[in-house]
Design a protein around this ligand. Structure first.
Ligand code: BG6
Length: 489
């Protein structure tokens, strides 16, 4: 297998799911702090308060806040992101463990509201800036390259409530200011940046959560995306001006779509699924302009975009340097009646009889990763990174404290093998950071028991636990993979 010399091996996390310390050292809240824990079958809830003091909770997906309600943290509810896995206070220990595994890259995100607690301030919060500087310095000590996401599901709540967040063009300005501060402060400590995590979710998930796939829902989603594309393009331009050594990438939720039958209608539906869900964002961010099929998509939903000549120029001048994506599963689309539907969180479509599924309904499809890599490289010819991949599973701690997660090893081994095959076929893949290298709070369900890590964290779904870290079997296995640069898997 041909992983090149210098291929980056590592793991990935996101601030809102691991840092904790949600209100420490001047950090402001984000919507993720108002989310309770859910499960595979019950949604996470957003809690709120009315001006008259009455309180309540609505499902994150499909819920509608009553008029005048404000999101609020309430007594009697448990909010798993508040303490995450307390990376804020454990980062030295965690980075030492990552170094022991041989990581050469660590993907993490900056919490915007740690740097600008409300989002619209002129001056940043120095304590927030110091925290990330310390983390980056610690990584440098072990020669681990940070890969830093600027936005991972956590716009400051104040911007959402007072400016209507990404529905407002003004939010671009606030993001510009935030990105500029990061690029200036961390010059020399960071080389690789990502702008928006899984930017394509905005449109892709509309249909998954059916109730939002309305005319109004599409209008808002496409407009939000447009403003994020502009913010991302500004960030790319700014980063290059601040440090020519900076490389900035996009981040797409990568799902491989297959047609359910050979009916030409299914083949067309499948092409359209790729266009809408995957290529729409990748094309704009990689090629600097909207693809031809965008006009069809807007027409289908009667979308009228606020897009200026300056926007068009900004997009062209802010093409990303590399393309990154998450990959967990493939899915099947069909125009025919679906007999066996996939259950579970964040998963869609018909069940594929040729694949196995995780306890959370995610299809195990390593060849789908090779398919995706080859398809995308052929389209953009830019370096690629797989920045999320892994198996969310329930782990059992044995009496002697060991954790035998051979299912995770099998999942990762098979995906790494297919990455090697894609490289052999000419794909310029330069990094692999497996998701949740250390257990963290699930974004979809808020659970701890959906674990991805090679490092176990002692915390349960009710928030009990010591936060003690433990090595799973996959820890030693991954160490060998990295040592051998992917030859021993
Ligand atoms: C990706 C996100 O969608 O999938 C992560 O970027 C998330 O934030 C990951 O944690 C896995 O999803 P989940 O729901 O299992 O946490």
């Amino acid at each position: 297998m041909s992983f090149k010399e210098g291929f980056y091996w590592g793991g990935a996390t996101a601030a809102n799911q691991c840092e904790g310390a949600w209100n420490e050292d001047g950090r402001g809240p984000a919507e993720t702090d108002m989310l309770t824990a859910g499960s595979n079958h019950s949604p996470r809830m957003l809690t709120y308060q009315m001006p008259d003091g009455t309180t309540g909770a609505i499902p994150r997906t499909g819920g509608k806040l009553p008029e005048g309600a404000k999101l609020a943290v309430l007594d009697g509810y448990y909010y798993p992101n508040h303490d995450g896995i307390d990376f804020y206070h454990h980062y030295k220990e965690d980075i030492a463990l990552m170094a022991e595994m041989g990581f050469t890259m660590f993907r993490m995100s900056i919490s915007w509201s740690r740097i600008f607690p409300r989002g619209d301030e002129i001056e940043p919060n120095q304590k927030g800036i110091e925290f990330y500087r310390n983390v980056f310095k610690e990584l440098k000590k072990y020669n681990i390259e940070p890969l830093v996401t600027l936005h991972h599901f956590d716009t400051p709540l104040y911007l959402e409530e007072n400016y209507d967040g990404w529905n407002n063009r003004k939010t671009i300005e606030f993001f510009d200011r935030y990105a500029k501060v990061c690029f200036e402060e961390y010059k020399g400590l960071v080389k690789y940046w990502l702008t928006f995590n899984e930017i394509n979710n905005t449109v892709m998930f509309l249909e998954l959560f059916g109730d939002k796939a309305t005319k109004e829902g599409y209008q808002r989603a496409y407009q939000q995306l447009h403003y994020q594309f502009i913010a991302s393009a500004h960030a790319v331009k700014m980063a290059h001006a601040i440090d020519p050594d900076y490389h900035v990438g996009c981040m797409i939720c990568g799902i491989t779509f297959y047609p359910g039958t050979s009916d030409p209608k299914d083949i067309l539906l499948n092409r359209h699924a790729w266009e809408k869900n995957i290529f729409y964002c990748g094309d704009v961010q990689s090629k600097g302009k909207y693809p031809t099929f965008a006009k069809r998509l807007w027409k289908e939903q009667d979308v009228q975009l606020d897009i200026t000549k300056q926007d068009e120029q900004d997009l062209m001048e802010g093409c990303v340097d590399f393309y990154t994506f998450s990959y967990y599963m493939s899915t099947v689309v069909t125009t025919h009646a679906i007999e066996d539907k996939v259950g579970g969180n964040f998963s869609m479509g018909a069940k594929n009889p040729y694949l196995k599924y995780s306890d959370w309904g995610w299809a195990f499809d390593p060849e789908g990763l090779k398919y995706y890599l080859e398809m995308i490289y052929d389209r953009y010819e830019k370096p690629l990174m797989v920045v999320e991949n892994g198996l969310g599973a329930v782990d059992k701690v044995e009496e002697d404290g060991s954790i035998h997660d051979d299912y995770r090893i099998e999942y990762m081994r098979d995906h790494i093998k297919e990455m090697g095959n894609a490289i052999d076929n000419g794909v310029d893949l330069i990094a692999y950071t497996s998701w949740g290298c250390i257990d963290l709070v699930s974004a979809g369900t808020g659970e701890m028991k959906k674990r991805y890590g090679m490092i176990y964290v002692d915390k349960d779904d009710e928030g009990n636990g010591t936060f003690e870290r433990r090595k799973k079997d996959s820890f030693e296995w991954y160490k060998k993979v990295i040592q051998s640069n992917g030859k021993i898997i």
